[in-house]
Structures are given as structure tokens and as C-alpha cells.
Write a protein that binds this ligand. Structure first.
Ligand SMILES: [Zn+2]
Length: 267
């Protein structure tokens, strides 16, 4: 029976889609904090290609966010939840590589979308030298002049991603305090504006009490890890580091929609 086979094929397809996408999960409350790294075409030798989101996809994702009524705000505003608009979202970039200016910034500007870039303050104007070039060919990092120019547009703000992008758990007290305080001081003196948002390199230390209390002691208002999920409404530091939604190069729009409405797209 043809109809029977078709029915079976449809059921198999539905089962496959249900295993791939979490459409069957209930919608969850919470604030989507999108985590991007690079926008553009990955170098052929890159082993981190999933972190390079195509500019056309980036634009479609932001357009979708706006169409759903979200209002993108600077990351550090999550540290002052009483001041947030009714339906906030946050667009973040880790590392501050030059593609953020060359590929992402024109799209942010054309759509009027706010975003926060977490800078590695000790590598500004050089390259992402903390990465092994065997995994990821080095990329140029933003210079302080470029960061100032982006900030002047009124949409882009900056947070700290440390001085040298270490695994913070491996550092002694003195080195830990320096990575946190010196990056904050440097960003504030170069950009002439206070910064209150911090993102842990590799997400490392976000759930380590010693590291996290050092982040608070350095004066940050809010801290971002890499665990997948939505940020709670009315976040307080005691709730733990803020979760984010990693956007991958091969994500479909359905992944994006499920991420922002359910905190995850895949099993
Ligand atoms: Zn990073």
C-alpha cells in the first residue's frame, strides 16, 4: 500500500526531526543571550569552523529577533535587572576579533541592534595569540582605535574577557586578580567608560567559587559562562553565572528559534 508506506516514511521523518530538534519541549521564560565569536567565512585550516557564522545568517537571526519583539540591550544591563525593557535580548561576541568590525558591525548598524564584545585586553591590535594556530589560523584582533570607533556609533559596548585568555582556574590569587582587574582598568581607561560585564575564557571557572568571587571582587556587575540556556528574569549574582546560547555556523533558523524560546535546540 503506497499510502501506508508514505505514512511510515512520514512517521520516520517526524521521529528523526524530533531527535534532532527540541520542538517538543515547552517554551521557557528567560532572556536569550546569544553567544557569537566570529562572523564571516572560516579559514580553510580552521578546526573551529562552527564558530564562524555566515554574515547572511547573522543578519537573518537579528532580523528574526527584532520581528519577535525582542529589544537587544548591552550585556551589563543584566546586572541591573530592574532597568530592563519588557522583552530584552543580548547579543554578545567573545574575543574581539577584527571580523566583528568588518562583517558584524555593518549589520548591527544597519538594523540598529545593540551588542557587547568581550575583549582580551592584552591582545588588542595584534592577534588571537592565545589560540593554537594548528586549530585556528590567527586572526587580527580589534585595535583600541577600532573599539573606540565602534563605541562611538552608540550600539556596541565592551566587556572583559581577561588580559590573556587563560584558564582562570589554573592561576594563583595574584595572577587571577591581575587578569580580572587589569583588563577592566585597561578597557575603562582606553574607552573612557565604565565596564561591568565579564565573560570567562572557555567558560572556565564560571562554576568555581574561588574564581567567581574574584570576579565579583574585581567589580563586575554580571558574569557570563558558556553553559547553554536562557538567562533568568530578574537575575541576581547568587543565581550563578549567566547562561548563553551558542550560535553555530551550521544552525538552521529552527535551531535559532528553539534556542531563544526553549534554551536549547538539540538534545
Ligand atoms: Zn574566548
Amino acid at each position: 500500500m503506497t499510502a501506508g508506506w508514505l505514512g511510515l516514511a512520514a512517521a520516520a521523518a517526524a521521529a528523526g526531526a524530533s531527535a534532532r530538534w527540541n520542538w517538543w519541549r515547552p517554551r521557557l521564560p528567560g532572556i536569550p543571550v546569544l553567544m557569537y565569536h566570529r562572523v564571516g567565512t572560516p579559514p580553510a585550516a580552521s578546526r573551529l569552523k562552527k564558530l564562524w557564522v555566515a554574515p547572511a545568517d547573522f543578519k537573518l537571526q537579528l532580523q528574526r529577533l527584532l520581528a519577535l519583539g525582542y529589544e537587544p540591550v548591552a550585556a551589563e544591563r543584566l546586572g541591573e535587572p530592574d532597568s530592563l525593557p519588557p522583552k530584552p535580548a543580548v547579543v554578545t561576541f567573545d574575543d574581539g576579533t577584527a571580523d566583528n568590525l568588518e562583517a558584524a558591525f555593518p549589520i548591527l548598524t544597519s538594523l540598529g541592534v545593540k551588542a557587547t564584545i568581550f575583549l582580551v585586553a592584552g591582545w588588542m591590535g595584534r592577534r588571537n595569540g592565545w589560540e593554537d594556530p594548528a586549530d585556528e589560523p590567527w586572526q587580527r584582533t580589534l585595535s583600541w582605535d577600532e573599539a573606540r570607533a565602534m563605541q562611538a556609533g552608540g550600539l556596541v559596548s565592551f566587556g572583559s574577557h581577561t588580559m590573556t585568555h587563560p584558564d582562570l582556574r589554573a592561576l594563583d590569587e595574584e595572577a587571577l586578580a591581575w587578569e580580572l582587574s587589569e583588563s577592566k582598568r585597561r578597557i575603562e581607561s582606553e574607552l573612557g567608560r565604565r565596564t561591568g560585564a565579564f565573560a570567562y575564557p572557555y567558560g572556565a571557572g564560571a562554576y568555581d567559587a574561588r574564581v567567581r568571587s574574584a570576579v565579583r571582587a574585581a567589580g563586575y556587575l554580571c558574569d557570563f559562562g558558556v553553559k547553554q540556556g536562557l538567562a533568568p528574569d530578574g537575575w541576581r549574582p547568587e543565581a550563578g553565572p549567566l547562561k548563553r546560547l551558542l550560535v553555530r555556523r551550521d544552525d538552521w533558523m529552527l535551531d535559532f528559534e528553539l534556542n531563544i524560546s526553549r534554551g536549547k535546540a538539540r538534545l
